[in-house]
Design a protein around this ligand. Structure first.
Ligand SMILES: [Zn+2]
Length: 182
């Protein structure tokens, strides 16, 4: 298994919907191992395949010491209860914003060998399942914020060293400044 580089905000793979897994083969098991190892190495709550550049519907989680994965996840909400609290993303390092999510979730999907899995999650586990399943649809937690919170998150992103390293700010040249081509 290999720790993979995590794709950062601005990478188009994070805005692309992932394809369902149709073959439960050795390659899928390698992907699950890579996702799990990369997640444990980075210390997040979850990691979705597009975050390591793979367009398949798979995510790994590590919530309260429970490490696992889901292939082709589908979410169901057993009630209307909500939670609000800080949420972050390994693809948007250092940015944490209160994000409303459902409190309880039932996730169905498959284990790496193809056995059906049903996961009942509350609190952080429910938040993780929603965040990671969003990734598989090309959705980021920023999209779940209201306009003011999203604006603040974007301000934090634009101030981040990692963002500016990947997207250097354009140098503004005033047309009235003169200079060598004046
Ligand atoms: Zn994320």
């Amino acid at each position: 298994m290999t720790v993979q580089p995590i794709r950062l905000f601005g990478d188009p793979v994070l805005r692309t919907a992932a394809d369902p897994v149709t073959t439960f083969d050795k390659e899928l098991r390698t992907l699950v191992k890579d996702l799990t190892q990369t997640l444990l190495d980075d210390g997040g709550a979850g990691l979705a395949a597009p975050q390591i550049g793979v367009g398949l519907r798979v995510f790994a989680f590590d919530v309260d010491g429970i490490v696992g994965h889901l292939v082709n996840p589908e979410l169901f909400f057993p009630d209307e209860e909500e939670q609000d609290g800080p949420e972050g993303c390994l693809s948007i390092p250092g940015v944490y914003v209160d994000t409303k999510r459902r409190l309880n979730v039932v996730a169905t999907g498959f284990h790496e060998h193809g056995e059906p899995v049903r996961l009942v999650g509350t609190g952080m586990m429910a938040r993780c399942c929603q965040h990671e399943t969003d990734h598989l649809d090309g959705v980021l937690f920023l999209d779940r914020l209201d306009a003011a919170a999203r604006k603040e998150a974007m301000r934090q992103i634009r101030a981040s060293a990692w963002y500016n390293a990947a997207n250097p700010p354009a140098v503004k040249v005033s047309p009235h400044a003169g200079g060598p081509f004046g």
